[in-house]
Design a protein around this ligand. Structure first.
Ligand code: NAD
Length: 262
């Protein structure tokens, strides 16, 4: 799938890994529909490529909010003439909490619902609502590709740490649905790839304490640093462009395997 001349829907595109993805899509000559609670910082989009990115306010936990954003973005693509080429549901939250606290309080259901609601239901509902439009895009190239879904899991899908039961459940589910989704969509010429990053620099990880950061560093192999958002975005670009990537979960972690305790 070629990025140039196509529009990609990026949830969570106002910050971190989603924003880096938007910038890479613009650089490759595509358009990006940014679906987020908040717009991206004005200074984050290049002046020349700014016209290729449009913000649509959206809360992925609300199916009506997604429906409004999808209606608005498809009307935008019919104005620009750049058909849809893919969906990158990168909106996500981490809300740590032990399943049972030291004082014997179970993890509040509200906290579980919120994490699953954004990371899992929000991913599925956005993909579900954009897919009919993606399947209607004109086929591209010899393979007749119509588009690519690039979902975002996490190392926590495989090695969730203490306090990550809900987050690991959401990301493990995203990883697990990659293959069946690819199987469902192959008849439409739509591929599905999931990226599972370890620790990457973003607003999400900026909130970590120095102690947690130092502990995570000890678990890193090479390079012994957090990933950069542009390194994540370059794998999204490759996932879009390489037709043989399908039905696969790709770890992007520099061989880091998260330990139980830091
Ligand atoms: N940064 C990491 O170390 C890391 C590691 C593994 C996986 N991830 C995953 O990568 C994705 C992006 O995270 P990030 O690190 O860039 O975080 P981030 O906090 O920088 O960006 C997340 C974005 O999602 C948006 N968002 C949150 N809730 C939303 C909602 N209900 N509706 C719409 N938008 C919403 C936020 O406004 C924000 O712009 C997440 O799914 C996260 O779980 C991140």
């Amino acid at each position: 799938m070629k990025i140039e001349g196509r529009t990609f829907v990026v949830s969570g595109g106002s910050s971190g890994l989603g924003l880096a993805t938007v910038l890479s899509i613009l650089q490759a000559g595509g358009h990006a529909a940014i679906l987020d609670l908040n717009p991206p910082p004005a200074s984050s989009l290049p002046p020349s490529g700014g016209g290729g990115a449009k913000f649509f306010e959206c809360d992925v936990t609300s199916t009506t909010s997604i429906a409004s954003a999808v209606a608005a973005l498809t009307s935008w693509t019919s104005t620009t003439g750049l058909p849809l080429g893919g969906i990158i549901p990168a909106a996500g939250i981490g809300l740590p909490g032990l399943i049972l606290s030291k004082s014997l309080d179970p993890l509040p259901l509200s906290s579980i619902d919120l994490v699953l609601g954004v990371n899992l239901r929000g991913t599925l509902d956005l993909v579900r609502q954009v897919l009919p439009h993606l399947a209607a895009s004109p086929p591209y190239g010899d393979d007749g590709e119509r588009g690519v879904v690039v979902m975002v899991a996490s190392s926590a899908a495989f090695e969730g740490q203490m306090g990550q039961v809900a987050y690991a459940a959401s990301k493990g589910a995203v990883a697990a649905m990659t293959l069946p989704m690819a199987r469902d969509l192959s008849r439409f010429g739509i591929r599905v790839v999931t990226i599972a990053p370890s620790m990457f620099d973003s607003a999400m990880t900026a909130a970590m304490s120095d102690k947690v950061r130092a502990g995570l560093k000890k678990a890193m192999e090479f390079p012994a640093r957090a990933g950069r958002p542009d390194e994540f975005a370059s794998l999204v670009v490759q996932s879009i462009e390489n037709a043989m990537l399908n039905g696969v979960v790709i770890r992007l972690d520099g061989a880091t395997r998260m330990p139980s305790k830091l």
